[in-house]
Design a protein around this ligand. Structure first.
Ligand SMILES: Nc1ncnc2c1ncn2[C@@H]1O[C@H](COP(=O)(O)OP(=O)(O)O)[C@@H](O)[C@H]1O
Ligand SMILES: [Mg+2]
Length: 267
């Protein structure tokens, strides 16, 4: 049961989820933005932190409330005075993210901690290059989901991700574990025998509990949604309706796993 504060409202304990995979173009930002829209349903306050200087997530969520720029999180001189509003608040990408280094990570840990009582959820979108920003994201998160493509060499990427998780747990988190929710097949082409074979190989190598049952297929609806800055389930075209159902199925599993519910939907 959540504690009540003096005004009687439930005291929030922000749950932070990172969408991570060091590869670019695998659908991280597409998933991260949809996760933010989904978690914000029912007017829950959700913070979206865009750590990718490319700023695609910030552009997609342009209609959301603007809370400042993400590099401020790493600046010990700045106190982020964010008041959570219902729905999504974005800390948008800015060019100063390019000069963030490992020394700036403790400031980010502190800043994120100060936001814990404000928001119900925080979604962090990460850049494809490995470095201080990814290390920071893995240091502050509670949960991690990794979209992966089932193209060749997908397993190499997974091994790198698991090593990065371990490094963050040891060097950034004092041994505190990241709740790794699983790998999610993204931009999946179910007509490709090779992709299906790779999916089976990953399940075999990693164990069933590491892979989400649902997949995000390669579908035009997703690109359209991202370009228009709206969730795919609000588009009316038939192809987008299928994408919307598929996406919500996956997002429900992610939320269940964040809430610690049994992994009944995992393969
Ligand atoms: N399942 C999908 N089907 C079709 N297009 C997708 C899908 N997922 C992502 N995309 C598109 O592919 C491009 C790269 O996706 P993005 O989410 O930006 O990847 P990342 O953040 O991993 O670099 C974007 O144009 C996005 O709209
Ligand atoms: Mg991206």
């Amino acid at each position: 049961m959540a504690k009540k504060d003096q005004t009687g409202s439930a005291k929030r304990q922000m749950q932070t989820i990172v969408v991570n995979n060091r590869k670019g173009g695998v659908g991280k930002t597409m998933l991260a933005t949809h996760l933010a829209w989904f978690l914000a349903e029912g007017d829950r306050p959700v913070l979206f932190v865009d750590l990718d200087a490319q700023g695609n997530g910030s552009r997609t969520l342009a209609a959301a409330a603007h809370g400042g720029v993400a590099s401020e999180l790493f600046d010990p001189e700045t106190t982020l005075a964010l008041t959570a509003a219902p729905g999504i608040t974005v800390l948008s990408s800015d060019e100063r993210l390019d000069i963030v280094d490992l020394d700036d990570v403790p400031a980010m840990v502190k800043a994120m901690d100060s936001l814990r009582s404000q928001f119900a959820y925080c979604v962090i979108d990460t850049p494809p290059t490995w470095g201080a920003l990814n290390f920071a994201a893995l240091t502050v998160c509670d949960h991690l989901v990794a979209p992966i493509e089932m193209k060749d060499y997908a397993l190499d990427g997974v091994e790198h991700l698991l090593k990065a998780i371990q490094a963050a747990e040891q060097k950034g988190r004092g041994g505190r574990k990241i709740n790794f929710l699983g790998l999610l097949a993204s931009r999946f082409n179910s007509h490709s025998p090779r992709e299906k074979e790779n999916f089976a190989q990953i399940v075999h190598a990693m164990g069933k509990s590491m892979i989400f049952n649902g997949v995000l297929a390669q579908r035009d609806g997703y690109e359209e949604a991202v370009a228009e800055g709206v969730p795919v389930w609000t588009l009316k075209k038939r192809a987008a309706v299928l994408a919307g159902q598929e996406m919500r199925f996956v997002l429900e599993q992610i939320r269940d796993r964040m809430d610690g519910l049994p992994a009944k939907e995992i393969i």
